[in-house]
Structures are given as structure tokens and as C-alpha cells.
Design a protein around this ligand. Sequence first.
Ligand SMILES: NC(=O)c1ccc[n+]([C@@H]2O[C@H](COP(=O)([O-])OP(=O)(O)OC[C@H]3O[C@@H](n4cnc5c(N)ncnc54)[C@H](O)[C@@H]3O)[C@@H](O)[C@H]2O)c1
Ligand SMILES: O=C(O)[C@H](O)[C@H](O)COP(=O)(O)O
Length: 370
Amino acid sequence: MIIYADDYMPYARQFFAGFGEVRPFAGRQLQPEQLTDADVLLVRSITKVTPDLLAQARKLRFVGTATIGTDHVDQAYLAERGIAFSSAPGCNARAVVEYILSSLFCLAERYQWSLTDQLIGIVGVGNIGQPLAEVLQLLGCKVLLCDPIRAQSEPDFPHQPLEVLLSMADVLSFHVPHTRQGLYSTHHLVNATTLQQLKPGCALLNACRGPVFDNQALLAEARNGRQRPLVLDVWEQEPAILLPLLPYLDIATAHIAGHSIEGKARGTEYLYQQLCKQLQAPVLYSLNDFCPFPPISSVQITENFGLPDVQSLFRLVYDVRRDDALFRHHIHQQGFDWLRKHYPARRECNSIAVHGTQVPDWLCQIGFRQ
Ligand SMILES: NC(=O)c1ccc[n+]([C@@H]2O[C@H](COP(=O)([O-])OP(=O)(O)OC[C@H]3O[C@@H](n4cnc5c(N)ncnc54)[C@H](O)[C@@H]3O)[C@@H](O)[C@H]2O)c1
Ligand SMILES: O=C(O)[C@H](O)[C@H](O)COP(=O)(O)O
């Protein structure tokens, strides 16, 4: 069996070599003629899986993307050809939650907010939005949720229409897929019109997909002197992004919100499990076989530890200011893809065990281990 795997998919060889030959490829450069002998194709978000790309892949029987988002894959075409498909739902959700949390800590410090005074709106309450809401509530924040699709099937879901969030929230964080059709299309959900409807100074965070925000509209607003805190991890037209926007951003990163070591490894592991299922093969490996030990594995807290100390503990694991500094330093010379490819190691909260005589339950619910 020939398995083509993106060369930046961690542990692909370790997980898949038992099935056959693993051939790495560069995600943005993959050509149709490379895939003539492919049985399995494993991609990331940068490879567009289209009828053109697969035109010569006559043997192909499984396509996997080690990502949550699926907007780069023509799933209808795969179904038409009878090619099995899997994404990796939830694989890096925890990493995105921690990215947003770190961004909020950073904004709170910069603008001297108390996070508990901010009304935080979450648009899209799925694998990322839901745990984000729960963590924020554990930290004492007030949260408004908007997910009309969940509201349709879950009568008790506390949905608020987008218009309510636009007019009331102090902070809005978006966690929707990028869709262009249907009643709930998310393309340019934030645009020149919705920007006008926002509460003045409302902070906007986008760590879902670039085209959910109209980047030109953000730039026009900023150039017109209307200021608001802005956090962008994802951009329109990656990797050829709208760089004039950079001076107006509080935090700018290169689509790395989900790039924790665990998040990326879980993506590979998930696809491995799906291929095992498809081939009725036993599952022999798990990510614990391959993930390195974290640099800090345990922390001792005392009975004086309280909610205000969470930020210090959290910064031992991840501080988004590191990634913002990398971006501003390297983007002009090295570019967007270089930043993604050279992303430094980052762990998730549950790589740290918290010890002490009284470790509060909520600390574990936030994500740390006991
Ligand atoms: N920046 C990154 O590194 C990164 C990492 C992981 C995922 N993502 C992106 O984040 C998105 C969300 O991830 P997820 O795992 O939470 O997905 P999910 O599918 O679990 O949840 C998405 C939620 O959005 C809701 N939704 C859809 N259209 C909506 C609309 N118009 N208004 C409000 N809600 C709407 C859906 O009902 C669903 O509950 C992914 O689709 C992916 O594009 C980005
Ligand atoms: O949808 C996702 O899972 C993310 O956008 C993902 O983190 C992108 O990761 P990459 O394509 O760099 O693997």
C-alpha cells in the first residue's frame, strides 16, 4: 500500500509504516501525477483536495485530513468516487481554546480589563466553542452563545441571535466552519455592515477560518480611525495575506492556534484509527507512544492559590505573545508558510500535573491534570 502523507504531519511514518510505504509530500505543491499509485492520501488544511488533484489517483481508497476544518476537501466528489474520507474532529480543539484564553489574558492586561466584567460572545458552539464557554464560565466570565444550528436540534440550548451578540458583547470570538451557502453561511460574517452594528470597542477574535472576517472591511474600519482590539490567527487568502492590517492587530499569528504538539499528534492518531477501522486492522499505537515529555511536567501550588493565579500558571504552558512576536519579526522576510513550518514546540495544559494539599476541582476542569 502506498500512503502519501503531508511532510508536516507529525508521527505519520510511525503510525502508518505498518500499512506500507509512507511517502511525504509538500502540502501546497502536491501535483495530480504524483498520486497515480496512491492508495491513501493524508493531508492538512493547505492541500486542496479537488477533482483535478485526484484525476489520476485511480487506486485511491482513503483520504484523511488531520484537521478539524474540511473546507479544503471536495467531499461530494470523494463520495461520488467511493473514496472513504475522514477528518479529525476535535483533534486540536483544546489547543484553540488555550490560544483564545491566552489572547484574552493578553488583551485584559493590555487594556486593563477585568475579564469577569467583560461580556464574551462565542459564535459557533461546537468542539471548540463549547469547551471555551465552559472554561470562561469557570473563570467567572459572563458568556453569550450563538449557534442557530444547534438551537434547531437542541431546544434547551441557550442560543442568542448574532444581532444580540453584535450589539451587546464586549468581546466576540468566532468558532464556525467556513461555509458559503445556506441560511447559515459564515462567509464574511464580519463585514462592513456587521462592524457598524458592534458595540464600540468590541474586541474581535478569529481563530476559525480567514474568510469568516472580511479583511478589507477590517482594514477600512481601522484606517478610518475606528479602533478595537483585534486578534487574527486566520486570514483571507493565506498565505498571501493582507499585511497592511498588521499594525492594527493586537495579536497576529500564522494559523497556528491548533498547533500544539498534542493537537497535531491527535490529528495523525485519529486518521490512523480510522484507517485501521477501514482495513479492519488492530490499533497498535497511540500518541502517548510518540509524544515527547513536556519541559515542565508538574507544579506545586499552595492553599493560597486562587482564580487570579490561573493566568500565571497558564503562562507556564502557553503565552500567545511569543507567537505574535515571531509573526511580527519574520512575516516580511520569511513569510506565512515559513512561520507555520518552523513553529516552536507548544504543549497543552494537561501536560502539567498540579500538586498541592488543596487542588481546586475547577483547575482540573480548566484543563490541568491533578
Ligand atoms: N486556527 C486553527 O488552527 C483552527 C484549529 C481548529 C479548527 N479551526 C476552525 O474552527 C472551526 C470550528 O471548529 P469546531 O471543532 O468547533 O467545529 P464544530 O463543527 O465542532 O463546531 C462548529 C459550530 O459552528 C456552528 N455554526 C455553523 N454555522 C454557524 C453560524 N452561521 N453561526 C453560528 N454558529 C454556526 C455549528 O452548528 C457548530 O456547532 C473549524 O471548522 C475550523 O475551520 C481552526
Ligand atoms: O482545521 C484545523 O484543524 C486547523 O485549521 C488546523 O490547525 C490547521 O492545521 P494545519 O493545516 O496547519 O495542519
